[in-house]
Design a protein around this ligand. Structure first.
Ligand code: 2M8
Length: 438
């Protein structure tokens, strides 16, 4: 079974490979996405390291001159996705590159991925690490110098697509306060996937409204920080930034880049100082979101709430209470184990929806990040459970984009949703089976 699945995972990556980079999914996502490429590169790292290198090099071709790394690079033409490059129109920014890109970013997983590729391959990729380190450093430099208005070491995201968790119920209260125009949108996603598994039309109007605002400000970060109605410090995004700082510090030490290492260590210390204090909610026993525009916490738990484990953020006793309250026969697993780990939104909330995208289904990339976080703290039993739930879902359904977390479904109900032959599901399957628990 495992060896057949391994071969199928490889076929998914091969099938989505486009002469230099890998698309997340045919039709649904036909371009190169930022954090997808990080996970995908790791998967390639297990079967073909040259492809892993090309993947990252291609993504970096989209880097802006101020260090910003966009969430999509439109290397190719495709009519099956909205919004395409003409909607983004990033040539309005003085920093935009020759490549066509979007104008927002995504969770910074690449510094961590680079370190993990080094872990898999060792010294044979030192030259590659040397080649890409400066670009990744410049991306982190961009975050700390452009996205941290209070100098807290906590960077903001200005669009829900930057979170990666597009339509999580966490944003509902932000949308409720927004009077976005009723655009007529030419959505393509609902031509590929059942609309009931995707964000609503009203949500899409908010997403596009934000893009239109950023365009009207020529993607100027100062104006975005001053005026964007969406300005959030997100626990997943910031935890990945910190875990990637660690990766870059390690890689920088290896390369003898002392000045960059010292700067990264300084940012890391600042982030460490504020993260737990500002984003941990002792009542809910998990990390939550801070709305910088509304000056308030958004007190909801999602799978992102547990990713700070990956960056070693919670003190051990806090990590313990978080895991026992939610993952180890708690809210997210269900007290009687009703759910596959890990639902993307709090199943005890009235806004939980087990079928709709980031409002409840299990996602393989979040499972992988939480799994590695649990191992970091030595929660091996829960980590094993998370791993076997993940492998069970993939082996029973195939490499879908997301999965219904309810263990007991009506007979005949299929639990794999969204795109099939989805790249990061296949790539991270390879990592799950190739690297045994540490
Ligand atoms: C989803 O987001 C895109 C926009 O970036 C979309 O819905 O059109 C999210 O799941 C995101 O996390 C992911 O990177 C992207 C491509 O897989 O799809």
């Amino acid at each position: 079974m495992r060896s057949e699945m391994r071969a199928r995972a490889r076929e998914v990556l091969e099938g989505n490979w486009q002469d230099g980079f890998t698309i997340p999914c045919k039709g649904l996502y036909p371009f190169q996405w930022n954090w997808d490429s990080g996970f995908i590169a790791l998967g390639w790292g297990h079967v073909n390291m040259e492809r892993a290198k090309q993947e990252l090099r291609s993504l970096l071709r989209g880097q802006w001159s101020n260090g910003f790394l966009p969430h999509i690079v439109f290397h190719n033409e495709a009519e099956t996705y909205f919004p395409g490059p003409e909607v983004w129109d990033v040539s309005r920014s003085a920093y935009a590159p020759a490549a066509r890109t979007s104008g927002i970013t995504q969770p910074p997983v690449l510094g961590y991925v680079l370190e993990q590729l080094y872990e898999i391959s060792g010294e044979s990729i030192t030259d590659f690490v040397r080649e890409v380190f400066p670009a990744l450093y410049r991306w982190h430099h961009y975050f700390y110098t452009h996205r941290d208005p209070h100098q807290e070491g906590l960077v903001y995201i200005c669009h829900n697509w930057e979170a990666g968790t597009d339509n999580t119920p966490v944003w509902d209260s932000i949308w409720a306060g927004l009077d976005s125009p009723q655009y007529q949108l030419n959505r393509r996603d609902t031509q590929h996937v059942d609309a009931s598994n995707r964000p609503s039309n009203r949500e899409y109007q908010h997403y596009i409204h934000l893009v239109e605002l950023f365009k009207s400000w020529n993607y100027d970060d100062v104006q975005i920080a001053e005026k964007s109605p969406f300005l959030i410090q997100d626990p997943l995004f910031n935890a990945l930034l910190m875990r990637s700082n660690e990766g870059l510090i390690r890689m920088g030490q290896l390369l003898g880049r002392e000045a960059e290492v010292a700067q990264l260590q300084q940012w890391q210390a600042l982030s460490k100082h504020h993260f737990h204090q500002k984003l941990y909610c002792p009542l809910q026993k998990g990390y939550v979101y801070y709305d910088l525009r509304g000056n308030r916490r958004l007190n909801a738990l999602s799978s992102s709430s547990f990713v700070p484990l990956l960056a070693g953020i919670p003190p051990a006793h806090v990590a313990g209470e978080m895991v026992s309250s939610h993952l180890d026969s708690g809210t997210f697993s269900g007290v009687g184990g009703e759910f596959y780990l890990c639902p993307s939104f709090d199943p005890s909330s009235p806004f939980f929806d087990p079928k709709r995208y980031w409002r409840g289904p299990v996602w393989i990339n979040l499972n992988w990040l939480i799994y590695r976080g649990l191992l970091r703290y030595g929660f091996t039993e829960v980590a094993d459970k998370l791993r076997s739930d993940t492998l069970d879902l993939l082996e029973a359904c195939g490499f879908y984009e997301y999965f219904d977390p309810r263990r007991h479904l009506e007979p005949g109900h299929f639990r794999g949703y969204g795109g099939n032959h989805f790249s990061w599901s296949a790539a991270l399957y390879l990592d799950f089976i190739n690297r045994q628990p540490i």
